[in-house]
Unconditional design. Structure first.
Length: 242
């Protein structure tokens, strides 16, 4: 369970980026965090991971306040793919990156290897296994980063713009994968069709404030609300209204 309580944040004094943001996400829920460029989506993700500290308010993960003393424990629960996943690879190859955490969690090499292979197969990425992280494309890196967090089997999955660099084929694989997960999922995107496919609830951020929080379908069909917040109806609803 993740809870944000009256969270405010500013990178620079006097220029608030998030103001009084509160929401609670239960285990198993899939929530889309949407909003125009600069609305504050990535900042919410970074605060959740303790990469930034709130100016006001607090963040709770499983009831524990995120702070310096419990960051390692919290990050072990949260599998995350940041918007810039280039910075997330530490080891030379995709395989070594993927197996690092499972080995660290105490699995035998055999068990860890099985887990890695299962995820690679599920994502159709077997060919990427022994490739070098600095010799694969942006989209492949994104897929590898997603594979790495799935191999950790985290309690919750946070993805910042997961489909941004992907071709339609990989985009579809990622959508299906997110749908199949049972964990709490928080997904940011301005790809509202992807959010339609993966999330039952949507939180709309607008200039650092929550403009709407409710069932995905009612928010994503609301042309007026979306346009007022610099977004457009998903393709699938654009033709059906009147
Ligand atoms: N490191 C930073 N320093 C100063 N301002 C930043 C920094 N990162 C982001 N911002 C600003 O904070 C606001 C929210 O950014 P961000 O959370 O990345 O938005 P989103 O992910 O919704 O596009 C934007 O106005 C952005 O310019
Ligand atoms: Mg962002």
């Amino acid at each position: 369970m993740i809870e944000l309580k009256q969270l405010s944040f500013a990178y620079e004094k006097g220029r608030p980026v998030l103001q009084n943001v509160s929401f609670r996400i239960e285990d198993g829920e899939a929530v889309g965090l949407i909003g125009a460029n600069g609305a504050g989506k990535s900042t919410v993700m970074k605060l959740l991971l303790g990469l930034l500290s709130p100016s006001e308010g607090e963040i709770l993960v499983d009831g524990e306040r995120v702070g310096k003393d419990n960051l390692a424990k919290i990050r072990r629960k949260l599998g995350f793919v940041l918007q810039n996943s280039d910075n997330q690879m530490f080891m030379p190859t995709v395989y070594e990156d993927m197996i690092f955490a499972p080995l660290n969690y105490g699995l035998s090499r055999e068990e860890a290897e099985r887990r890695v292979d299962t995820v690679l197969t599920r994502l159709g990425l077997q060919d990427l296994k022994y490739r070098h992280n600095h010799r694969i494309s942006g989209g492949e890196k994104r897929m590898a980063a997603i594979a790495t967090i799935l191999a950790m089997e985290p309690e919750a999955v946070l993805m910042d713009e997961p489909t941004a660099a992907l071709d339609p084929y990989n985009r579809r694989i990622v959508i299906n994968t997110i749908r199949d997960l049972r964990q709490l999922r928080l997904i940011t995107s301005h790809d509202l069709d992807m959010i339609c496919d993966t999330c039952e609830r949507v939180i709309l951020l607008s200039a650092g404030r929550i403009a709407a929080d409710g069932p995905a379908e009612s928010i994503l069909r609301d042309r007026e609300l979306l346009e007022r917040n610099r977004m457009e109806l998903p393709f699938r609803y654009a033709g059906t209204e009147r």
